[in-house]
Design a protein around this ligand. Sequence first.
Ligand code: AMP
Ligand code: MG
Length: 398
Amino acid sequence: MISVENTIRLIKENIPQREIEFVDLMDSLKRVLAEEIISPANSPSVNNSAMDGFAVRWHDLEKSSDETLRFSIIGESRAGYPFNGKMTADSAIRISTGAVVPLDADCVIPIEKCRVENNYIETQKNHKKNQHIRFAGEEFKKGQKLLDCGTQIGSAQIALLASLGFGSIKVYKKPLVSIITTGSELIPFSEKAEIYQLHDSNTPMLISAIAEAGGSVAKTFHAEDDFEQTKKVIEYATKKSQVIITSGGVSVGIHDHVRDAALELGFTELFWKVNQKPGKPMFMGKKDSLLLFALPGNPVSAFMCFKHYVRPLLQNIFGLPFDWPVIKASAKTEIKNKSNRKQFIRIRLLEVDGEKIVEPLHLQGSHMPSSIAHADGYLMLFEGQEIKANTITTVYLF
Ligand code: AMP
Ligand code: MG
């Protein structure tokens, strides 16, 4: 039996190489950049107005000895239609927010500071050179780094990239995962189960959990509790995926064939049986760069093993750090691990007076799927560990 810590170490030592692909910008949400984004242009690209008003030449204001000035409106620069003419002495160009500031102009007077009369404006002298102008390149310059490699793309990053005309970007490929369920008692969840049968809940759980972790499901397979059939589906899956996840059939029963089948197909054992509860029978094998995680069939065990071991691995291939979403919260009551194995204790988070409080679920049985569906996450307590009431502890979030 191997410890939880050594299990993590072995997984980290065997992470497959990340691969890279181009995706269209509109398909890049949540993906992780495999390149630095360098700006192809200045931002803004030209001087433009920060206000609705009138663009004038500062010199015309500066030279005047009067306090009230008069300019004649000789044109307009509006969104999409710049003013391309020449400005003359004491002229003003009507301008909209965001519109191009004419080349000759170096002062924008907000409309609120003008009295507009036919083709003239009157305004006071108290303005400043360059006021209300957004200058070309003031945000960033052509050639400047805008996004780091490893940035996860959200709608804000899509906005930035679209503003610069990026049609596609380089991202890390999603890990390609196959799912194999084993068990002669299983039927698809959408069919009516006889009393001696069980709905396969691990396939839909794994499909969703893989998607949440950034993976892509290559194919799903099912094998009866039969050695040859188990071997055959693992062999199929081998050709289709970077990671294979099996569920069930990995314990010590006479109908558990996954480990033997994997070994016979040339997988090397990285570990079998982890000192944890739930999820003890977990096995991991490797064939070239292909990884096989054999999770226990029990839905709670399969889910917990996925969250703690497979999720960070898939996330890492996807381009993110090998990590868990954790927060600190205060234990409501004393929480004790009475078992002689490391335990994943499923908890609920409550909010009391703005403070996050941890409450362990009453029902912790590894055969009880409500213990994950009603939980927000889990604590990891070593054998015999006790957390006193009102102490701060680390919560692993689902
Ligand atoms: P096993 O690890 O094959 O001994 O399975 C442990 C328990 O989990 C048994 O009660 C199985 O019926 C159940 N089980 C196995 N695979 C699944 C599955 N895909 N969906 C739901 N329950 C399962
Ligand atoms: Mg089974």
